[in-house]
Design a protein. Structure first.
Length: 258
């Protein structure tokens, strides 16, 4: 296959209606200080340029004022809001969130606004050729320890599963809904959904592309997952998940044709 050439300044739509509508999905947990800006910016950027758009917000048992903010916004913005009374964790929260999507394509975005809404247009044109389009952080603007952990995690994924992708834990991804519907319920071993999903999609023969997109430092607040005190447990859990997934996929050959 010819190597893709990425446009650093792609046109801002309109999205091709022939390729189908898009569900913009936000899993949300404890983002009361940034979620309003995130939603307003993404909706104002994408809604006028996508003929068939729905916005799904799936809140995951937040312990701050996120629910209050979202309930206020739901009365004003065109969003479908789903709230949870208990914390399910990132993996299950994403699985549940994408299950609410109804359009042919699902754009799943982390709600901390480390990706700009305008960069959706870097991914959108590739719908014509690919099933899974990943926004590869370029460069990654996270604390050094997170950059290092992500690098090591992706190295292990490439080594264990023979895949070539560089940023399999990205929070900025555009996916064909039928692929999500088939594979998302199978994700169960690793805590952060996307990496395991990408591996399963690769083995299922899906066409996957990584597109470089700018990544930004958190504007406010801090990570709700990667606390220093939890890093050892998180790393151990992910490594055990890698081993379990490899055991499940052992002997399976990818059905990819390109």
């Amino acid at each position: 296959m010819k190597k893709p050439v990425f446009d650093t300044s792609p046109p801002r739509g309109p999205a091709d209606p022939v390729l189908g509508g898009i569900s913009l999905v936000f899993p949300v947990y404890n983002e009361s200080f940034i979620i309003e800006q995130t939603l307003r910016n993404y909706i104002s950027e994408i809604q006028p340029r996508v003929t068939d758009l729905e916005v799904v917000v799936a809140e995951d048992g937040s312990t701050d004022d996120t629910k209050v903010v979202l309930e206020r916004l739901a009365a004003e913005l065109p969003i479908r809001l789903y709230c949870s009374n208990e914390r399910k964790g990132y993996q299950q929260a994403v699985i549940d969130a994408v299950a609410h999507a109804t359009k042919p394509w699902v754009f799943v975005v982390d709600s901390d606004y480390q990706f700009a809404a305008i960069d959706f247009w870097r991914l959108e044109p590739w719908r014509r050729e690919y099933d899974v389009i990943l926004g590869m952080k370029s460069p990654r603007k996270d604390p050094f320890y997170r950059v290092f952990l992500s690098w090591g995690y992706n190295c292990l994924l490439r080594w264990f599963f023979g895949v070539k992708y560089r940023d399999m834990d990205t929070g900025f991804r555009l996916i064909r809904r039928e692929v999500l519907a088939n594979l998302a319920p199978q994700v169960k071993y690793m805590s952060f959904f996307t990496a395991e999903f990408v591996v399963r999609a690769h083995y299922a023969g899906c066409k996957i592309l990584e597109v470089p997109v700018p990544h930004y430092e958190r504007k406010i607040g801090s990570t709700t997952i990667f606390f220093m005190s939890k890093l050892f447990v998180i790393c151990l859990q992910q490594f055990i998940g890698l081993l379990k997934l490899r055991q499940e996929l052992r002997g399976q050959k990818t059905t990819r044709t390109a």
